[in-house]
Ligand binder design. Structure first.
Ligand code: NDP
Length: 259
């Protein structure tokens, strides 16, 4: 028990998708502070490079997680840099709100591609390393929209609910292999996604910025936006060795919005 309690992540290799900005950048900071070596994935190489330069041991690799061949290729490069992957954080995601009848099959597919298939491809690329070691941590940044419904985000919510379904079932497949998989489910968090949602409300309803912010923040019983660092803290906790019994869970970081 004592060695589990050490909770040491020093020297482990984590891949964080969407690690250049927003919640992913905060997760990268939190893991780096524990001595984790980081591979940061995302489409915008400049953003990734700028983030990696702020960290002691991080390599930026440009990759669109919806492209399976690119994902396989990039995990090969990540392994060349830092060896087998110990931790995978599926954080890359996108939300494009629209009323249901204005959401085309292509819109739905786009949400599934980035929010579900991206994590799916990355897990299949990382798992062989974890299975070989008999140890690993997978954390998916889902959303409260993986657990409850909201208006005007049917495609996003469908994709995020699917992530949680995958998480629960895969947790059972991996239960006796030393690998855990969980979701962290933030409420509205102060990043570009929330800023885009604020703009969207202002444009569609004519409300002021403050009114749009209040509209989104009202979902959170604490009446505020979550900070990216709060989400990162939950991710870090799930990555600790001592938390090996946490698997298949959806941890809401949402001020009590979901319980
Ligand atoms: P941001 O828009 O700030 O960041 C999204 C990240 O995902 C960027 O780093 C982006 O990098 C990356 N990304 C998007 N599409 C792709 C792609 N196809 N391939 C690779 N990387 C991609 O959003 P957040 O930080 O807020 O979001 C992070 C996660 O948190 C998402 O999964 C989101 O659904 C979830 N979430 C966010 C909430 C919020 O209110 N902010 C609430 C609940 C969940 P690049 O553009 O360079 O590719």
């Amino acid at each position: 028990m004592s060695e589990l309690n050490q909770g040491k992540l020093q020297g482990k290799h984590a891949v964080v998708t969407g690690g250049g900005r927003g919640i992913g950048a905060a997760i990268a900071d939190a893991l780096a502070a524990e001595g984790v070596r980081l591979t940061l994935l995302g489409r915008n190489e400049e953003v990734l490079k700028a983030k990696a330069e702020t960290l002691p041991d991080a390599v930026p690799l440009a990759c669109d997680v919806t492209n399976r061949d690119a994902v396989e290729d990039i995990f090969g490069k990540a392994r060349e840099n830092y060896g087998p992957v110990d931790i995978l954080v599926n954080n890359a995601g996108a939300a494009h709100p629209s009323p249901f009848m204005k959401t085309s099959p292509d819109d739905l597919q786009a949400m599934l591609d980035v929010n579900l298939m991206g994590p799916w491809h990355c897990i299949q690329a990382a798992l062989p390393d974890m299975l070989e070691k008999g140890n690993g941590r997978i954390v998916n940044i889902a959303s409260t929209a993986a657990l409850i419904g909201y208006k005007y985000v049917t495609a996003y919510s469908a994709a995020k609910h699917a992530v949680q379904g995958m998480t629960r079932s895969l947790a059972l497949e991996l239960a006796n292999k030393g690998i855990t998989i969980n979701s962290v489910c933030p409420g509205f968090t102060e990043t570009d996604i929330a800023f885009d949602a604020i703009e969207n409300i202002m444009n569609k309803t004519g409300r002021s910025r403050d009114e749009a912010i209040a509209e989104l923040a009202k979902h959170n019983p604490q009446k505020r936006f979550i900070q990216p660092e709060e989400v990162a803290s939950a991710v870090l906790w799930l990555c600790e060795d001592i938390n090996r019994s946490m698997t298949g869970q959806a941890i809401s970081v949402a001020g009590g919005e979901v319980m």
